[in-house]
Design a protein around this ligand. Structure first.
Ligand code: IPD
Length: 267
């Protein structure tokens, strides 16, 4: 039988807390094993690998037949591909490297290709955001409901940038159009946390081009369950091409602005 979303969330939270403890203790000892991935700005550390390995092992114990997709190891097969875990061991690796307390373990569970449970936990602060599909989004025992702001001109908008120079140049051109039209822009450095901050109304909306599924699977569900619309530019579902998360009143103006300035164009 397929597991209930609440049961998957319980597992996700237990596994993510242990993962967060490992990330934090490795950080306290000093960041080691730094190397680059797709570009010179795209870094990975020994902690990214160790946390991912621990999560995969923890999931194997509790759910031996499930598939796992992790940022560092790609797809790990399971015998039952109907349940798949999507993991970013450390979202915000650059913040982690610099000791900025904005990074997260992000873990989501998909059933038949639909994300049904997700947790994002910041090891540096202990902040934790959770959601189950249809069951709402929570942090610290509070149910999350997004922001009440209705004017884009009064919106604090989170975004982020990829690691590829040509993509960044394009993102900078779009940002130059967005920035004069909003209250301000924040680049926190961890997309999973951006989405959770939008869920709790600490950001009014979020957009970013070029995210990977592991960056937004858990945080996207948290935002959606907090009542935000979470899509791509062509509508739902969000994709690597674009993730836009905004409360209903801000969604259309932000979406239209991004379309007008060809935010999905470029590399
Ligand atoms: C990155 C962060 C960053 C976002 C990048 C992501 P990583 O994830 O979420 O905020 O702007 O697009 O790649 O590499 O630190 O796991």
């Amino acid at each position: 039988p397929l597991p209930a979303a609440a049961d998957l969330l319980d597992i996700a939270v237990a596994v993510a807390r242990r993962a967060a403890d490992l990330a934090r203790s490795m950080r306290d000892r000093g960041v080691e094993g730094i190397s680059t991935k797709s570009t010179d700005t795209d870094i990975v550390t020994a902690a990214d690998r160790a946390v991912e390995q621990q999560v995969i092992e923890d999931l194997r114990i509790r759910r031996p037949d499930d598939a796992v997709m992790g940022e560092e190891s790609g797809a790990v097969d399971g015998r039952d591909s109907r349940v798949r875990w999507i993991l970013d061991p450390i979202d915000g690796t650059v913040n982690y490297l610099y000791g900025l307390p904005v990074y997260a373990v992000s873990l989501a569970a998909e059933v038949d290709g639909v994300v049904v449970a997700g947790v994002v936990r910041n090891p540096a602060t202990g902040d934790e955001w959770t959601a189950t599909r249809g069951g709402g989004a929570y942090s610290g025992g509070r149910r999350l409901a997004g922001s009440q702001v209705t004017e884009l001109g009064q919106a604090l908008v989170g975004t982020g940038f990829g690691y590829d120079a040509a993509r960044r140049a394009h993102q900078a051109r779009v940002l130059a159009q967005v920035l004069p039209r909003v209250r301000d822009v924040r680049r926190m450095g961890a997309a999973a946390i951006d989405l959770c901050l939008a869920a709790e109304g600490a950001l009014d909306a979020v957009y970013e081009k070029g995210l990977n599924l592991w960056d937004y699977a858990a945080g996207g569900l948290v935002a959606e369950e907090a009542g935000l619309r979470v899509t791509g530019l062509a509508g739902a579902p969000p994709s690597g091409e674009m993730v836009v998360a905004a409360p209903e009143a801000l969604y259309r103006p932000l979406h239209d602005l991004l379309v007008a300035f060809d935010a999905t164009g470029g590399p």
